[in-house]
Design a protein. Structure first.
Length: 374
């Protein structure tokens, strides 16, 4: 059997999502902007799907905008924040362990003259709210902080950040990349206190190519793109009706007890992998579905390749790195040998203990083979 344990990279599309997409593509294929019956039906279905997603997010349907992916949402929030705050200043605060979809647009803005403060995590992968307090300035226009780190599984103090902004009277917009948090950890945007929040469908068993942006009611957020005025003028372009239907179906199909079920498999993995000689736990992960381990002395890319040959699939970090060293793990200040041998292991509702056993057996085979060759 194969063992797929890289669910933080992407998840297997659930049957309900695939069926919903097929129905809309083959039967409800009208353009929602068209005034005739098939178009009106497509528009009505899109609003039903928006309402489903809003219920799972815990917000109003009017606060949800469909988009293509988490990267689009992150870029939109960041660029809209600096446009909105152009009279306030040119200072941005983010963390050193954000996804590249946040760090790259911030880097681009830095090249345009914006000043950026990167909050560094402690050795456990957590950002300290006191560091944000020290970094906050009257000219800060944006704070962007993820809720769950995609490589460590650590929770970041987003709600505390929102409270700090309120207490200090800051005009900064608070954006949260919640791509790895949605349906995995309990939250609502209003409870977090964020202005803008980004999610992505393919992390929760919907297809790739669909995401959503929560925009707090009353916030005038400039659009990233210009065009035909779809999505209330916030996200022009013909609406991705099939993908939206799939995301809504994936939300409805997500098991109520999934976080606890996933967490149990992860805890089993952390216990089981301890039997591999020399293996170190880098991060147990606060979220139920992500942990990170290291096999010092064994290059990560070699481990990923050899495990793949055995039908076991894990990663050395975010799929977006494409083999490059992870800035997230580097930010922890780990010893070089530990840093070189890191594996991220991530789970979904379909993950099993048998898959974990396959990973353990694969790592044991690799280490035993190395010993035998000495």
């Amino acid at each position: 059997m194969s063992a797929y344990l890289d669910n933080a990279a992407t998840t297997r599309v659930c049957p309900q999502a695939a069926q919903a997409a097929l129905e809309v593509m083959t039967e409800g294929f009208g353009n929602p902007s068209s005034g005739y019956a098939p178009g009106r039906a497509a528009a009505a279905r899109l609003e039903e799907d928006r309402a489903v997603l809003a219920r799972r997010l815990g917000c109003a349907p009017g606060e949800v905008t469909f988009l293509s992916c988490g990267t689009e949402g992150d870029n939109w929030a960041i660029r809209a924040a600096v446009r909105r705050g152009k009279r306030t200043g040119r200072h941005i605060i983010t963390t050193a362990i954000e996804h590249s979809a946040v760090l790259e647009p911030v880097k681009d803005l830095a090249a345009q003259g914006y000043e950026v403060t990167y909050l560094k995590p402690d050795r456990t992968g957590h950002v300290c709210i006191d560091d944000l307090r020290a970094a906050l300035r009257p000219d800060t226009v944006l704070v962007s902080m993820m809720l769950v780190n995609n490589e460590l599984g650590t929770l970041q103090p987003v709600a505390e950040a929102a409270q700090l902004l309120r207490d200090t009277g800051s005009q900064a917009l608070l954006h949260c990349d919640a791509v790895q948090a949605f349906l995995k950890v309990p939250f609502t945007p209003s409870a977090l206190g964020v202005d803008v929040l980004t999610i992505s469908g393919h992390k929760v068993r919907a297809p790739k190519g669909i995401g959503a942006q929560y925009i707090r009611s009353g916030l005038d957020l400039p659009p990233l793109l210009l065009g035909g005025g779809q999505e209330r003028g916030l996200r022009p372009g013909t609406e991705p009706t099939a993908q939206a239907a799939a995301l809504a179906a994936a939300c409805e199909a997500w098991p109520d007890g999934a976080p606890e079920q996933i967490a149990a498999v992860k805890e089993y993995a952390l216990e089981t992998l301890a039997s591999v000689p020399g293996l170190e736990i880098v991060s147990r992960g606060d979220a139920p579905h992500i942990c990170a381990v290291s096999l010092p002395g064994y290059p990560s890319e070699m481990l990923v390749r050899d495990l793949s040959d055995m039908g076991v699939y894990v990663s050395s970090g975010s799929a977006c790195h494409k083999g490059k060293p992870s800035h997230v793990f580097a930010a922890l200040g780990l010893p070089k040998r530990t840093l070189m041998g890191i594996l991220r292991v991530s789970f979904s509702p379909e993950s099993t203990r048998e898959e974990v056993d396959a990973l353990r057996d694969g790592l044991l085979h690799i280490t035993q083979t190395r010993i035998a060759m000495r």
